[in-house]
Ligand binder design. Structure first.
Ligand code: ADP
Length: 219
């Protein structure tokens, strides 16, 4: 995998965990925070960590920010600082700018100033956890549109040893199993003979109504 260079600005709870995860995925990370104590804590965990005020364009320029593949503005609580920093990154020509928003309005402003991706960590995590709480087999999901979703479901006991032909998700519920994570690896587009086993994870695509119907069958 290609090593990308990320600049993470604001090393609070979100920024620091994002920066450390990028490091563990093998990328280079420059962390910037105005708080010296925060930088002292992160110093050895990132490629570089510097104390700087990210709203100061000259500082960002001298750090060579424009050469980074991606800049992440992880300052949330201080909306004004988040917006000013984002504008500086855009003006300096950073290829991809991602920013954290704490309210819908904050997110809309970030979109207006041309952020490539706005993240709402608290809102998205709240939605995710709610889905997982109401459907115990649900491990993860991606919303493709308002009506269509891809979900990852663990295979419940009642389906252990059942083949996809016997389960017939397409004719019974209208949704399709597009992959199965097995101990031995991922089976992409599994055939009808494929048997579901304990600890398998199904990746299912369908409308929300179809997936709901399928999940009801599992409980
Ligand atoms: P979280 O909720 O993820 O902990 P916060 O918004 O509380 O996020 O933390 C933001 C971080 O950004 C703090 O560590 C703070 O010191 C840093 N920060 C705030 N303003 C600036 C700035 N102008 N320049 C650099 N870092 C900043």
């Amino acid at each position: 995998m290609k090593t990308d260079q990320f600049a993470v600005i604001g090393l609070g709870r979100f920024g620091s965990s994002l920066a450390k995860e990028l490091m563990s995925l093998g990328h280079e990370v420059l962390g910037i925070d105005k708080d010296e104590e925060v930088i002292d804590n992160m110093n050895r965990k990132l490629t570089h960590a510097v104390v700087a005020d990210a709203t100061d364009v000259e500082t960002l320029r001298s750090l060579g920010i424009r050469n980074f593949d991606c800049g992440v503005v992880a300052i949330g609580d201080d909306i004004q600082t988040s917006i000013l920093t984002t504008i500086q990154l855009k003006e300096l020509g950073v290829k991809k700018v991602v920013a954290k928003a704490i309210t819908e309005l904050h997110g809309r402003v970030l979109e207006r100033i041309g952020v490539d991706r706005v993240i709402f960590p608290e809102r998205d995590m709240g939605i995710r956890v709610a889905h997982q709480l109401v459907s115990p087999n649900l491990l993860d999901y991606i919303e493709l549109s308002k009506d269509y979703t891809i979900v990852e479901l663990s295979v419940p006991r009642c389906l252990h040893g059942i083949s996809l032909q016997d389960l017939s998700p397409r004719s019974r519920f209208g949704c399709s199993i597009v992959a199965i994570h097995k101990k031995t690896g991922v089976v992409v587009v599994p055939t009808a003979e494929q048997v579901l086993e304990e600890n398998d994870i199904m990746v299912i695509i369908g409308s929300n109504a179809q997936i709901e119907l399928f999940e009801e069958e599992l409980t």
